[in-house]
Structures are given as C-alpha cells and as structure tokens.
Ligand binder design. Sequence first.
Ligand code: B12
Ligand code: SF4
Ligand code: SF4
Length: 345
Amino acid sequence: MTPRSTLPNGVALFTKRLKAQALALGFSKVGVARAERLTTEEQHLLNWLARGYHATMGWMARTAEKRTHPEQLLPGAKSVVAVALNYDTPPRHTDTPGVAKISRYAWGDDYHAVLTEKLTALLDWVRAERPEAHGYLAVDAQPAMDKAWAVRAGLGWLGKHGNVITREFGSWVFLGELFLDIELEPETELVPDHCGVCTACLEACPTKAIVAPYVVDARRCISFATIESKSETPEMDTHGWVFGCDVCQDVCPWSRFRQPTTEPRFAPRAGMVAPTFEELAALTPEDFKRRFAGTPVVRAKYRGLKRNIAAAQGGVVSGGAGPSGPDASSRPPGSREQRRVKAVQ
Ligand code: B12
Ligand code: SF4
Ligand code: SF4
C-alpha cells in the first residue's frame, strides 16, 4: 500500500473534489479503496461456492476470479470509488392476512438504472477533469464484490446478516463502484464491526438461511427463492414474501438509524407496499408489465411472480426449508401443493 506521504501532489485534493462531486450527484456515502486483489474475500467467496451456497447462480462461480481481481475489470486499475445510496422510505411491512410482501428495495425504480446513471455522471466529471483516466462502472450485475469494496472504502461493515451496514442509514443502501486507472487517496480508517454479540438476524431468519455469522446460504434464502430461482415451485415456505425478503434487516438494531431517502425515484409506486394476494393473483401478463415496468420486480418475470404468489398464499412447505426440498414433481400427484403450482402455469 502506498503511504499517504508518497502520493503525488494534488491527489488528496482531487480525491476530495471527486467525493464532493459524488455527494452532489446524490450519493449518500462515498469512499475510496486501493484497487488491490481481494485476497481474504476471495477465500471466503471460494469457500462459499465450494459449499454450494450460490444455489443455481452458476454465474457467481463462472465469474469468481474477475470478482476478486480488479485489474481484470479495468486494466491498470488503481483506485475504486465505492458509493452507497440510501433507499429507505417510511412505509413498513405488515403481516395482515391476505396482504403480500414485496421487499422494500423493489418498491420504486430499479436501482441498477439509478446508480448507473449517477456513476456515469461521476465518470464524465472525472474524464472532464482528467482526460487520461479510464473507468469501469459496477452496480450489482457486474462481476465485482460490491460489499467488499464498500467495506474497504470505509462506508460501513459487513453485518452478520450478510449486508453492509452504515452508521447513518443502517443497511438500507444500494452499493456500486467506479474503478479508475488513476491514483486517488484511499481511506485509512475503516468502520469497525458493530454487530458485537447480537444475533437477532440469525434468530429471526424464517428459513435459517444465515448458516453462520456473515454467511448466507442462498439455497435457504427467501430472497433467492423468490427472485433468482428459476424452479417451477418454490424451494421453501416463503412466509408471505412474493419478491425478496427484508426480515433480517428489519430486525437489525442498526435499522433504527434509517432515514427516508432523498432520491425521488425510490418512492414506492402505487400498489407496491401492501398489495393483496387477490389483486396480484388476478394480474394478466399485460397488467404485470404495466405495473412493474422499470422496477426490480420484472426480474422474477410474470411466471415467477405468479409462482411466488401461489406459494406464499398457500404456505407451500417442502418438508422444511433447505436445499433438498422436493419440487412439485416429487409431491404426490394431485396434492394440494401440486394443484396450486399447476394453477399458475
Ligand atoms: C449473490 C447475491 C445475492 C444472493 C446471496 C446473498 C449474499 N449474502 O451473498 C441472494 C440472492 C440470496 C441475495 C439476496 C439479497 N441481496 Co443480494 N447480491 C448478490 C450479489 C450479486 C453478490 C454477493 C456475493 O458476492 N455473495 C457471495 C458472498 C461469498 O460474498 P460476501 O457476502 O461479500 O462474502 C463475504 C462473507 O462471506 C464474509 N465472510 C465469510 N465468512 C466469514 C467469516 C468472518 C469471521 C467474517 C468477518 C466474514 C466472513 O466475507 C466475505 C467477503 O467479504 C451482490 C452484488 C454484487 N455484485 O456484489 C448483491 C447484493 C449483496 N445484494 C443486495 C441486496 C439488497 C440483497 C437483499 C437485501 C434483497 C432482498 N431484500 O431480498 C437480499 C439479502 C439477503 C442476505 N441476507 O444477504 C445488495 C446489498 C446492499 C448492502 N447494503 O449490503 C447488493 C450489494 C447489491 C447492490 N449492489 O446493492 N443476494
Ligand atoms: S433475506 Fe430473509 S430468508 Fe434471506 S437471510 Fe434474510 S431473513 Fe433469511
Ligand atoms: S441483527 Fe445484529 S448481528 Fe445481525 S447484522 Fe444487525 S447488528 Fe449484526
């Protein structure tokens, strides 16, 4: 690591101006890390993959090397500008019977678009100031470890529930990065782990998906089952969630520090916070497009959402949450679960 004193003249000032620009663009937090290989994180990632915790997300395994080697994303990468954008809004989830739960991260516009737009504007600013600079943007979908960079750039710490927590906004922040091939001044102070002896998230997770502190087994996670999984039937009882899950974050004591977002595009769209199962079940493919276009919910597709609605309504139980839950084909023909699944195909 280059000590601060050996950084070329003007680097500290430029870093300060760049951070001010990021905040002016609306990011809630910004920090800088040196673009080094993520060695410790790589070991954790490889262990996670070896245990099969990525479920059917084969793309996580295929891109593992890129995720931990910044120079494979941007040749000559020297610095990583990590950003966080608060997405919390005042409504709270309800357990009212007949009401479906959609994760709050999906209530407004798709964050990929919002963060990418802001990061592009930040890169444009950098290029206007330093025309020799090149950049690479990452927001979730690119093969970068968003949480690791956020921690290394001093934005927060990795909570035992597997999300990065900030002191100012709790964990209700989206993360992204701008990789640059120019020198910036990295943070020297990281945020220490403030989880302490707390284990609220591990205890509250309805499917026991947090298999050890900081480690989430996607095969047990409702978020995976309702968003990423392509299986015809949900792998588990999804406890009323039809898209994503917020339980581990809602119970976190650091969520007390949540603040309403200043990003208007994250304001909940109509019918997102507490839709009834009845209205969701009645949606046609056209209704689905109209209602969810531009939100993260489109990732589940019409078919996936219908599958999730049927599961959450009926409380499909696969003999216990977990990787080996049977799918519809292994349930007795004509069983309640199988009939329900057939009904939404
Ligand atoms: C794959 C993925 C998932 C998977 C796996 C979740 C997971 N925790 O990894 C599934 C589909 C389950 C998922 C769900 C969700 N996701 Co997601 N997901 C991702 C993705 C694409 C990759 C994450 C990854 O690399 N996982 C692999 C593991 C190995 O990486 P890791 O957790 O960083 O690994 C660390 C730990 O394992 C830890 N570790 C392991 N052992 C030990 C031991 C000790 C002692 C310690 C200290 C640490 C430690 O060290 C590792 C290195 O840092 C990122 C985007 C991205 N490109 O990074 C978004 C991302 C993590 N997801 C995000 C969100 C919002 C969610 C949900 C909240 C959505 C929802 N409401 O339903 C849930 C939360 C579920 C949860 N409790 O984690 C946000 C999180 C924002 C934040 N504040 O952290 C991200 C960053 C997207 C973004 N750009 O904003 N997600
Ligand atoms: S998102 Fe839900 S299912 Fe996944 S780890 Fe958190 S509480 Fe458990
Ligand atoms: S609930 Fe407790 S253990 Fe879990 S992330 Fe929050 S502070 Fe850490």
